[in-house]
Design a protein. Structure first.
Lengths: 229, 222
């Protein structure tokens, strides 16, 4: 047994990407098995590895973990990225809840029709600039510290950086009204483990393309007719 | 200030109901403010108390908490309903997240158009009986203990009980293939704090009706 966590998912971002970010930020090496065929997926199902018949699935510390949030919570706690007490954990949970909702608008984006994509792009930018980014801008402005919670690097910082970069891919100047977030982005990007993850050749996945969408649809036999939210 | 947690939400289940269940199960008394008008909601936003301009909001221990999961995790942690170590917490998290996916289907059901309701009901039945209930039936059968995780009452037990009752309201015979869950339901319902919560006059909210849907749509301007 390798001892490294092993990730089971498609060769693309989807729901697994936040997990890749967090493991990388914690400096934890991991292996990946990419689902490419229905047969692979059926084999996982029949082997009883997928508690609710779904991926992401992460083999870690003898467990076959499913449910993205459960996996992220476990990794954050194990690698001391979850605050020092219950209250800091509460703040981190609130922060990641927001970035999770924001990234949720982007998750289904590749599966939309071309027309719906344009509408959704506008929704993503509107939500980011009027609801989510202002909240984090204020947190950073109010305490003036380098990190979102407890003056210490945490899961909340990793998740926010991931969200910022994803929204920027949809609108490159989206941070223009948010000086705190601009500085935050530069600071967190230069943390050694994150810097490494942002370099070519890391396990970070690119923006989902048609091939990714086609693979997910083929393997899961789902998501053929997605409407914007 | 009373020191009791204070919940701000609509006068109905929605995303706040799991919070009511968990506080009640922990034996914690709480106060509630019900959103009835757009003006109330706009005032909350203007006052800056909603981090992402959304409810649920729970004022607890000096914090204005939003994001349902964050709130539930905090309560579970504070009242020792979150397992004894990281691995038990991982199991509890997996279970509550799975149940939350099922509850999400029930959450949005009242807001779906009439022509979609029958199909959505079939989906709820299919998922409950083929994806979610079998998992917990198996967990209980395999360890033979009274509670889902660590032989001790936890958030997972509360969440599963809530889900079972919510699905049964839609599909009364849904537990017919699940003897372990039937026994589990009886056991949980008889725990003193839960028993009290299930009695008339408790803060438990009834199934959502048209008036509830109307209020939500009006206040949130959807």
């Amino acid at each position: 047994m390798a001892g490294k966590p092993k990730l089971y998912y498609f060769d693309g971002r989807g729901k697994m990407e936040s997990i890749r970010w967090l493991l990388a930020a914690a400096g934890v090496e991991f292996e990946e098995e990419f689902l490419e065929t229905q047969e692979q997926y059926e084999k996982l199902l029949q082997g009883g590895s997928l508690m609710f018949q779904q991926v992401p699935m992460v083999e870690i510390d003898g467990m076959k973990m499913v449910q993205t949030r459960a996996i992220l919570n476990y990794i954050a706690a194990k690698y001391n990225l979850y605050g020092k007490d219950l209250k800091e954990r509460a703040l981190i949970d609130m922060c990641v809840g927001g970035t999770d909702d924001l990234m949720g608008f982007i998750l289904m984006f590749p599966f939309l029709s071309a027309e719906d994509k344009e509408k959704q792009r506008a929704v993503i930018v509107q939500k980011a600039t009027s609801r989510y980014f202002p909240a984090y801008e204020k947190v950073l402005k109010d305490h003036g510290q380098d990190f979102l919670v407890g003056n210490n690097f945490s899961w909340a910082d990793v998740h926010l950086l991931e969200a910022i970069l994803m929204v920027e891919e949809k609108k490159s100047d989206v941070l223009s009204g948010f000086p705190q977030l601009q500085a935050f982005k530069a600071r967190i990007s230069s943390i050694p483990t994150i810097k490494k993850f942002l370099e070519p050749g890391s396990q970070r996945k690119p923006v989902p393309d048609d091939k990714y969408v086609e693979t997910v649809r083929r393997v899961l036999r789902m998501y053929y007719d997605i409407k914007a939210n | 200030m009373s020191g009791k947690p204070r919940l701000t939400y609509f006068n109905g289940r929605g995303r706040m109901e799991p919070v009511r269940w968990l506080l009640a199960a922990a034996g914690v008394e709480f106060e509630e403010i019900f959103l009835e008008t757009r003006e109330q909601y706009e005032k909350l936003i203007k006052d800056g108390v909603l981090m992402f301009q959304q409810v649920p909001l729970v004022e607890i221990d000096g914090m204005k908490m939003v994001q349902t999961r964050a709130i539930l995790s905090y309560i579970a942690g504070k009242y020792n309903l979150y397992g004894k170590d990281l691995k038990e917490r991982a199991l509890i998290d997996m279970y509550v997240e799975g149940i939350a996916d099922l509850m999400q289907m029930i959450l949005v059901f009242p807001f779906s158009p009439p022509e979609a309701k029958e199909k959505n009901l079939d989906s709820i039945k299919e998922r409950a009986t083929n994806r979610y209930f079998p998992v917990f039936e198996k967990v209980l059968k395999q360890h033979g203990q009274d509670f889902l995780v660590g032989n001790k009452f936890s958030w997972a037990d509360v969440q599963l009980t809530e889900a079972i009752l919510a699905v049964e309201e839609k599909i009364p015979a849904v537990l017919s293939g699940f003897p372990q869950l039937q026994a589990f339901k009886v056991r949980m319902s008889n725990m003193p704090t839960i028993k009290k919560f299930l009695q008339p006059g408790s803060p438990r909210k009834p199934p959502p009706d048209e008036r509830y849907v109307e209020t939500v749509l009006k206040v949130l301007k959807i």
